[in-house]
Design a binder for this molecule. Structure first.
Ligand SMILES: [Fe+2]
Length: 231
């Protein structure tokens, strides 16, 4: 089984995955996946062990794309490995970072992943301590996204991003200006054949369209027929 949820923010919002809020986990195994669509913050500071133990001790495997609030120095120190068709950082056997611009086959479904976002609060943050310029994709990551999308003829089942496509921003908040990442996602959205697009970042549970869904506290189950159900 595959479940998808929004930002867990290190030790701030992980409790949405506690057993009382997400009881079906009792029936899951390490071959079931919970995917966090960015700002997982599991690798952050000297207290990482506590949070890693929380996720390692879960019956399921946790996958995540990166958001903007991640410690990219630490994250990028992990070796790049191949997993289910795409590049990952294995934080542990139970915690796997799905890198940007990759295609993964998970439980018979094809996923396109593209993390990253702009921090609107960066002036209150300190570079290398609580903010990293790598929060936004680099040229190589955009190129690998387009190359990998070409390889699968621009057809996937599910898209996972942290940011929203540019043309959807007005539905979230008319004051959001948008950046290159939002524009590239818009470009991808227009070309791509996909069934659902899940994103985080905006700390809302909101459907931007029939197919594009912002997640925060909601946990969505996706079955292998691409039926979705809210938990
Ligand atoms: Fe966030």
């Amino acid at each position: 089984m595959i479940f998808i949820t929004g930002d867990t923010h290190g030790n701030l919002d992980y409790k949405k995955l506690n057993v009382d809020n997400f009881p079906i986990q009792k029936k899951l195994t390490k071959r079931d996946y919970v995917i966090v669509v960015g700002d997982m913050g599991v690798i952050w500071d000297d207290n990482d062990e506590i949070l890693m133990e929380y996720y390692n001790s879960k019956k399921f495997t946790t996958l995540f794309i990166d958001g903007n609030h991640e410690n990219f120095d630490k994250l990028n120190n992990y070796k790049i490995e191949k997993w289910n068709g795409g590049n990952v950082h294995k934080i542990s056997d139970s915690i796997i970072h799905l890198m940007r611009g990759q295609i993964f086959e998970i439980e018979g479904l094809k996923f396109f992943t593209f993390g990253g976002a702009n921090s609107i609060d960066k002036k209150y943050r300190k570079e290398g301590i609580s903010w990293w310029p790598e929060e936004l994709p680099n040229e190589e990551e955009y190129l690998s996204a387009y190359k990998n999308l070409e390889k699968c003829d621009y057809k996937v089942d599910i898209v996972l991003t942290h940011s929203a496509p540019y043309s959807m921003l007005y539905k979230i908040n008319s004051r959001i200006k948008g950046n290159r990442l939002n524009k590239e996602l818009d470009n991808i959205e227009k070309k791509l054949d996909y069934k659902y697009w899940f994103l985080g970042h905006y700390h809302l549970d909101m459907n931007l369209s029939d197919k594009i869904i912002i997640l925060y506290n909601d946990i969505i189950k996706v079955d292998n027929q691409l039926k979705i159900e809210r938990y």
